[in-house]
Design a protein around this ligand. Structure first.
Ligand code: MOS
Length: 760
């Protein structure tokens, strides 16, 4: 009967593959107009004047500026520092100066071309290095947007105990989400003076809060609804609040529904990206392979405003020492302001930026003491009873070593490595590399305790039991997985379960769909709701039928009393509503007991639990052109319990491929704050044809506080691909590239240097 652990097809599969699903651009409303945004065209300055060109008939359109924002002119995220529409000072290319709405999109775009803005130009900064010099001050006196540090043990003692010390510096640029569907939103006025907003989004309640502040309306006047979403990957976590703000202001001013859907170039220029980072490592190692000290410095480029940067930096820093046992750790993290669009959430949320450095660093440590990279990782891997860099003791569900063993087994790592080492000479060289990582599920620290994410089960008059959650389906299969959990928790067939569209007027605030939290958090709450709902249904049944409540069970399509089938689930639900009225059972998430986080000291249990992974990559490098190919990836990931193994494998493959792209071809060319690589032609992500062969192994070590043992999995696979590839390339060629992406040009330059100096 149980459906958990079965690879049932995704709920949304048929409507998406048949083209029936309604994405925001498929939605039209009577009288709907189209919006366009007039934007700043230089990276830093003040607005001197705005001129509406005399040759355009402005009577055909509606123009809005900051005076048309009825509430506070800022988009609330962690802080309220992002203006929706700038009036004077601005800090990056693409900030809104005016909004235009017109009956047709072409007309709105034409109007935009007739606006002339003149500026007072200020001296901008674009890099972490420039921000540190602080000749230009964008944020305080030092341009620091956020700063954290972690300290464990005695770092000086750790280095004293080391036989060798290895230094490393690692750098990486922006990564673009490149979801297939660009950002889009529609706002329309409601009869009660409120606003309805529908769009491509991850977090309806984030938008609700932001719009409430912008429009000076209470949240009960707002209905924020998710349309079908064509990919998000973190990119539709924070930015949609800004786009929703534009549409809301235009809808209010024009009195009509207003839609804005970005084209690719606009989307790329103004929306968030993965934070560029510079990471330094100093690692102390003994000859026997023990890591005695880790000193880590993480610097991130936040972009122009605070937005989500503090939490991205925090997650990055907490993961920076990785799944390794080390008694003496210092990790420092700083994020700096620059005159580029704010960087934000992107699958992994800071962790990929620390795992690429860490895992290349671990290979270099192993090599320095002449140990196999696999053996080195096994020797230092966290086990139950060990503690992480924040002092979190790993209590259960710790599949690190199992992941390492499985990844090496399925890839035949040691033999393959030896074979390639023996064979490698001449034109084509092959290499194999490994990476090891873990990823916390849920918000960091006390985040989930503060959030108290809610979900509910509702009885529907058509006889179904419907899941109410604000967590969104964006291609990851979340709604299918939640449906499986609810079905099993209730004991009913999956066809008895429905899922409500995430809409803030219909569903409770489950928190955002981010941070590998949906399965763990919402799944756990639905399990609690199921217990209470059964209790209510059985009480009703015991009054209605000649049965004993204690003997009641739901089983598939039926209510059973012992062996006897009493009534169908559908009729039970309908009967309940007829007798007792509508019923919604709601509950909220609570952290497992014994989870304690000290925010001031940055110590303790940073996450309720971690998922673990090890990846192996095989590459083939042409030593004449330095072009290379990722031939195969093996991924062994420990996820607690795979509620739907095929969907879990899909997450692992997709996340790994995104990491492959980050490592190999994805490179933003930024010219004075402008993204020149603003299309699929120039920002190269791997297509199906570029994807390496992949072999996935899912390992399950049940987490006792997860729904049916599940943890979180959405971000984990983004952490491991890039370093495994970098290590494989180093194995094949002897060249270590510590700057992403690893291009043939960088390999060639590094190779030429080794040829001229004779040093590797
Ligand atoms: Mo995210 S990167 O936690 O949507």
């Amino acid at each position: 009967m149980s459906v958990v652990g079965k690879s049932i097809p995704r709920l949304d599969a048929v409507e998406k593959v048949t083209g029936c699903a309604k994405y925001v651009d498929d939605i039209s409303m009577p009288g709907m107009w189209h919006g366009a945004v007039v934007r700043t065209t230089i990276p830093y300055g003040r607005i001197k004047s705005i001129e509406l060109g005399p040759t355009f008939d402005w009577g055909r359109v509606v123009v809005a500026d900051a005076r048309d924002v009825p509430g506070k002119n800022c988009v609330a995220m962690i802080e309220e520092d992002v203006p929706l529409i700038v009036t004077d000072l601005f800090k990056h290319i693409g900030e809104a100066v005016l909004l235009v709405a017109a009956p047709a999109r072409e007309l709105a775009l034409e109007a935009r071309r007739h606006v002339k803005i003149s500026y007072e130009e200020l001296q901008p900064i674009f890099t972490i290095e420039d921000a540190k010099l602080a000749r230009v001050k964008l944020c305080g006196d030092d341009n620091v947007i956020a700063r954290y540090s972690i300290s464990k043990g005695d770092i000086a003692k750790g280095f004293k105990e080391a036989d060798v010390v290895v230094d490393g510096r690692y750098t990486m640029g922006h990564q673009e989400h490149m979801y297939i569907e660009p950002q889009g939103m529609i706002a329309s006025l409601r009869d009660d003076g409120g606003l309805a907003i529908v769009g491509s989004l991850q977090c309806p309640y984030y938008i609700s809060k932001a719009i409430s502040i912008l429009m000076g309306m209470t949240e009960d006047k707002l209905a924020i609804r998710q349309a079908a979403v064509g990919g998000a990957f973190g990119g539709k976590e924070d930015y949609p609040s800004i786009l929703a703000g534009y549409c809301a202001v235009l809808a209010r001013k024009s009195g009509r529904p207003v839609k804005i859907v970005y084209d690719r170039a606009e989307d790329t220029q103004v929306t968030t990206k993965r934070h560029p980072a510079i990471v330094r490592h100093k690692t102390g190692v003994r000859r026997d392979g023990t890591i005695t000290a880790m000193e880590i410095d993480v610097e991130m480029d936040a972009g122009a405003y605070v937005t989500l940067t503090p939490v991205v930096l925090s997650r990055g820093l907490i993961h920076s020492a990785g799944p390794y046992r080390c008694d003496n750790v210092i990790a420092r993290g700083v994020a700096y302001a620059t005159n580029t669009p704010p960087n934000g959430a992107f699958r992994g949320f800071g962790a990929p930026q620390v795992f690429f450095p860490l895992e290349v660093q671990m290979d270099r440590c192993a090599s320095k003491i002449g140990m196999s990279p696999l053996e080195f990782r096994k020797r230092n891997c966290l086990h139950i009873g060990d503690s992480t860099s924040t002092g979190q003791v790993i209590r259960e569900s710790a599949g690190g070593l199992a992941s390492l063993k499985s990844a090496s087994q399925i890839s035949d790592f040691e033999n393959r490595r030896k074979r390639f080492s023996d064979e490698n000479r001449g034109g084509i060289r092959r290499g194999v590399g490994i990476s090891f990582f873990f990823h916390g599920a849920g918000f960091t620290g006390s985040g989930e305790a503060r959030m108290k994410g809610e979900a509910a089960l509702r009885l529907d008059p058509d006889g179904k039991i419907v899941i109410l959650t604000a967590c969104t389906e964006m291609g990851q299969g979340a709604h299918t997985v939640l449906q499986q959990i609810a079905a099993d928790a209730l004991g009913v067939d999956i066809s008895c379960i429905g899922v409500e569209t995430p809409d803030t007027s219909l569903v409770p605030n489950s928190g955002p769909t981010v941070a590998s939290r949906t399965t763990l958090v919402v799944g756990t709450v639905l399990k609690k709701c199921a217990v209470e709902l059964k209790e209510k249904l059985f009480s009703y049944a015991a009054e209605r039928f000649p049965i004993d409540k204690a003997g009641c069970e739901l089983n598939g399509h039926s209510l059973m009393s012992g062996d006897r089938e009493i009534v169908s689930v559908s009729d039970l639900v309908k009967g309940y509503i007829e007798k007792a009225g509508a019923l919604t059972v709601k509950d909220h998430y609570e952290l497992p007991p014994d989870i304690h986080w000290d925010e001031a000291a940055y110590k303790g249990d940073a996450y309720p639990t971690y998922a673990w992974g090890a990846d192996v990559a095989e590459v083939e490098v042409d030593m004449d052109t330095f072009e290379y190919r990722v031939v195969k990836m093996w991924m062994a990931h420990e996820v607690g319990r795979a509620i739907n193994p095929k969907l879990a494998a899909g997450q692992i493959e997709g996340g790994t491929l995104q990491s492959v792209g980050w490592a190999t071809t994805e490179q933003h060319v930024v010219d004075a704050g402008r993204f020149k690589t603003d299309r699929f032609q120039t920002y190269i992500i791997p297509t199906a044809l570029d994807a390496p062969e992949m072999e996935t192994m899912i390992i399950e070590e049940a987490f006792s506080h997860g729904p049916m043992g599940a943890k979180g999995l959405g971000e984990l696979p983004m952490d491991g691909g890039a370093p495994a590839i970098a290590n494989a390339i180093a194995h094949a060629t002897g060249i270590r590239i510590c700057d992403l992406p690893i291009t043939p040009e960088k390999l060639h330059a590094a190779w030429s240097l080794t040829q001229s100096t004779g040093k590797i």
